[in-house]
Design a protein around this ligand. Structure first.
Ligand code: PDD
Length: 275
């Protein structure tokens, strides 16, 4: 594939970054993932707003929106991709030697790539999640490339035969390792509030909007881990998985293990909104 790195378009194997890049040494950087359907980036404005917010939180300078628009156009053209996932990564840049405190005035390292992703129009089969303590840091709202906690938790989930870990902090469900969650109980939709304990997912934001349009009652309140057995429905959201029904949390079966009606309604509304 053809990737973008600091102003150059290169074959992926040719793209090289300095060993003194602060992304490599300290994970001092952020990333963004944007889905593309039929050649059009989906909810791009919201993704760029989050990219700017993540960079601002780290005091790394961003580029104006037209820069990113042009980058996307070229990425899709050069890779002839109509349906896929765009990956952006910005690190603080490379410096002369390793030092925790960044030097001022570094040129950020900007990397972009795209990979094909078939558009799913069907609701995926319900998956299993496993409850795990959220061991990550307290600024999960920043889309940091430092993902050690997320990776360790994903590995635990894999060992337990689950698609994702369902994370809790002090007994309240926060999110998945690379997804947000929605719980349904007595027809009310619950999702954790967009505070510093979760990544404010763009898919989450869009599902909230669709739920309001459908007249569903929504509460941005974290669901309690002790109440999981009483859930009627549970699903995850992310740019790559869209709406993913959950039929099982460890040994607890949710909604007879089938995709529930609220989940199905929202998944269908989501699919329709992609056109
Ligand atoms: N992950 N929470 C976390 C911790 C995430 O990493 C992600 C996304 C989400 C969902 O956000 P969105 O709806 O904007 O994709 C929630 C991306 C896809 C990834 O790491 O590849």
């Amino acid at each position: 594939s053809t990737v973008y790195l600091n102003g150059d378009w290169l074959a992926a194997e040719q793209a090289k970054v300095s060993v003194f890049d602060r992304g490599f040494l300290f994970a001092d950087g952020i990333y963004e993932v944007v889905p593309v359907y039929s050649g059009k980036p989906f909810l791009l404005e919201q993704h760029l707003a989050r990219l700017h917010r993540s960079l601002a939180a780290l005091t790394i300078p961003s580029r104006p929106d037209p820069f990113w628009h042009d980058l996307i156009t070229q990425l899709l053209e050069r890779n002839a991709i109509a349906d896929g996932l765009i990956y952006f990564q910005v690190t603080r840049g490379a410096e002369a030697q390793r030092s925790h405190l960044p030097q001022t005035e570094l040129d950020p390292t900007i990397f972009a790539s795209v990979s094909p992703m078939p558009v799913h129009w069907d609701i995926p089969a319900p998956a299993k999640v496993t409850l795990c303590e959220d061991i990550r840091w307290l600024r999960c709202d920043i889309k940091s490339i430092s993902l050690l906690g997320n990776i360790m938790l994903k590995q635990v989930a894999q060992q337990r035969g689950a698609l994702e870990p369902l994370l809790h902090r002090n007994g309240l469900i926060t999110e998945g390792a690379s997804s947000n969650y929605f719980a349904v109980k007595h027809g009310i939709l619950y999702t954790a509030p967009a505070d510093h304990l979760i990544l404010p997912g763009i898919t989450r934001m869009w599902v909230l909007e669709l739920a309001k349009q459908l007249g569903l009652e929504v509460r941005e309140e974290a669901f309690s881990a002790t109440d999981l057995a009483q859930l009627d429905e549970l699903f995850l959201t992310s740019s790559s998985r869209e709406v993913q029904p959950i039929g099982q949390i460890d040994d607890i079966i949710i909604g007879a293990g089938r995709c529930g009606p609220v989940t199905a309604k929202l998944a269908e509304a989501f699919h329709a909104s992609k056109q």
